[in-house]
Design a protein around this ligand. Sequence first.
Ligand SMILES: Cc1ncc(C[n+]2csc(CCOP(=O)(O)OP(=O)(O)O)c2C)c(N)n1
Length: 469
Amino acid sequence: MLLDRSVLLTLGGLCSTHAFAIPPRKGTALSKIGTQEHLFPFLGGAAPYFSYPGSYGIPIGPPSHCELQQIQLLARHGERYPTKSSGKKLMKTWNKLKEYPHSFNGSLSFINDDYEFFVRENENLEMETSLKNSVNALNPYSGEMDAKRHAQQFLALYEGFLEGNREFAVFASSSERVHDTAEFFIESLGDKFQVSLQVVSEDPSAGANTLSAGYACPAWDPDAYTEIIGNYSTKYLTDIAERLNNENRGLNLTESDANNLFSWCAYELNAQGYSDMCDVFTMEELIHYSYNDDLSSYYQDGPGYSMIQAVGANYFNASLKLLKESDRLDQKVWLSFTHDTDILNYLTTVGLFDDGHKLNATYVPFRNHVFHKSWIIPQGARVYTQKFQCDNESYVRYVVNDAVIPLESCSEGPGFSCKAENFYKYAGERLAGQNFLEACNTSSVSNNTELTFFWDWKSAHYNASLLNE
Ligand SMILES: Cc1ncc(C[n+]2csc(CCOP(=O)(O)OP(=O)(O)O)c2C)c(N)n1
């Protein structure tokens, strides 16, 4: 087996301190690390981070004759273990497989080879994957590494701008994995920065003063569009279950077991760096899974659910206010960390991934399809808003997962940006009539009617208790 130099170096380091830490069988497994990245876009946003696959090729640094005025980031936490509820479902399927009394044939035969389920401790559920809790010490996809790498890319890209902006607050919602991501990111920035981490409550009682408007939205109904979503054919799941059951007489996998195997594959990648379970699927099945996931996100948290534009307005209003006040505010760098659905809600209000075609449940659209959920909010997703000045004129644009995504109706500026004046007009139109508090019935859970933490963190000191959710 050929290992690349970085793996050998890491192995060398590990071997000196833990001479017997790596069981010999893992040798074969190690060679699989890095070979499954082509599957990441098909795993519904649960796979490790990957850059936006549909990049238009626009350089993501500020255009050469322009000077940055403000940077905002809204990022998802990094790679993680399954949530408690998805862990429960996975355990059910794993118990079925564990109790199968015969050797496995076909794509499940890796289980014969002393396979150990990747969630080794229940307390890992909901948590960010780290060097410490990863199944495999060489896991290149841990949330910890992702956040630290992201911070290094951030430093490299904005080097000059950060020179004069070394003191700022970073905001994290109060989920433990979100908080941990922010901490890893800050740690990686290094000691030249004075960063104050503000942990903003994501309890419903936070109301509008939150990075997670979804939790303060009792009116949100996950089943509002079940009828449309439910029309998507799940034949791909039946096919998988049947294939595995035919290969293994007496195995009784159901459609929902087959569905669980996809998140098994994704989360095992987060925790271990590779997953034999990913090899169970054909590419066609992965495409179906991925589109099925697009469909449900589109109608639960995206442009397909009319209420979402109001939910995302809570953060977009604040972002817009920061942009307008950029000259006046001392802080020029606004970094925030939260959950996937919150970012999706916000981007829905911005209208960045809505081409006006409603997603349909009768076929997979290939040509007219911009709403790829996994491309937008993979683990570690990062949405930057850049405001820069070129020849006395200000411009705004978005960079999503390492790709500039121009606004379709406003991209005449340098680097396909939008003139600030026109951007404010555009944003005003997207926000017109969008009332988060009313649409969500937030007053039934909180009296907070405004997002203020960006402006009052120095006096309010946000230090919410961390939640395991
Ligand atoms: C508008 C809206 N309100 C409420 C919810 C309920 N909800 C489900 S998951 C979630 C946040 C955390 O989601 P998770 O899938 O654990 O995302 P991750 O932490 O992996 O980013 C919320 C608020 C929602 N999805 N959308």
